[in-house]
Design a protein around this ligand. Structure first.
Ligand SMILES: C[S@@+](CC[C@H](N)C(=O)[O-])C[C@H]1O[C@@H](n2cnc3c(N)ncnc32)[C@H](O)[C@@H]1O
Length: 238
């Protein structure tokens, strides 16, 4: 039998994410319900979308990412209620393609959003959903939300989980104003790098401003070996 104490932090975060899906779809929302999983691919091949589809009564779902894997696309074929959307979810066209849904999942993606920024993403998606299911690495290094690149190169690399030799990060500070060929935007604004340290206060205030109440919160512990980031799980709804 596997005990919680034997699980690695990454396995625990999988359980924490499934728990907030189950809370939102199983207890908060009407049944059947609909959802969009924004940025659901890297390293998990849509696993949270499939968990929701296999364990809840779902009338319609969207899995959105700029980068799909064959594994995710093959599994998606088995669900007629699932639409895959290969696009940037910060684009108004993507929001339109998704249409109205009950819930939006933002797992490990909010801190990567620039132009539109993380708070503008929340404003956009508040137009189409009544429930936000959020798991994010939250900033505990100060009272204010920070744009991590503004900390400068040394402090940036002290606060992100990648070393400066990683392909996305090698020579980053010399390349910030170069245009990224896939995303057609400056490298300083792409979602493939760590962008924000978002505080709980700023996230909760923003959601309150948009009319959403916090129904679930869990501090899921430190993220990797980073002193200034913790995994926090939230469910907001109105
Ligand atoms: C850190 S991974 C998180 C994957 C998964 N949600 C999880 O919890 O393990 C971020 C994923 O979101 C995608 N992503 C981030 N920002 C995006 C955006 N604005 N538009 C589309 N995809 C995005 C990335 O391509 C990547 O697949």
């Amino acid at each position: 039998m596997t005990l919680f104490k034997d699980l690695k932090p990454a396995q625990l975060s999988v359980l924490d994410k499934k728990e907030i899906i189950d809370f939102a779809l199983g207890r908060l929302l009407p049944s059947p319900c609909s959802f969009a999983d924004l940025g659901g691919i890297w390293d998990v091949d849509g696993a949270y979308t499939f968990h929701a589809l296999e364990n809840h009564d779902v009338s319609r779902a969207c899995l959105v990412d700029t980068d799909f894997t064959d594994k995710a696309l093959a599994r998606a074929e088995k669900f007629s209620s699932l639409q895959t959307i290969k696009d940037n979810f910060g684009r108004p066209q993507t929001l339109k393609k998704i249409g109205q849904v009950d819930a939006v999942f933002l797992f490990d993606v909010l801190l990567h959003q620039v132009n539109p920024n993380w708070d503008e993403i929340l404003e956009m998606y508040a137009q189409i959903c009544s429930c936000f299911v959020i798991f994010n690495q939250q900033w505990t290094g100060g009272r204010n939300t920070v744009r991590l690149l503004d900390l400068g190169e040394e402090a940036y690399f002290a606060n992100v989980p990648h070393n400066p030799e990683h392909p996305n990060y090698a020579g980053l500070f010399d390349r910030l104003d170069q245009i990224h060929p896939q995303h057609n935007r400056k490298i300083r604004d792409i979602h493939n790098i760590w962008q924000w340290g978002i505080t709980d206060t700023d996230l909760i205030v923003k959601m309150k401003e948009l009319g959403y109440a916090l129904h679930y919160f869990k501090n899921c512990g430190h993220f990797k070996n980073l002193d200034n980031f913790q995994n926090h799980a939230f469910v907001f709804s109105k």
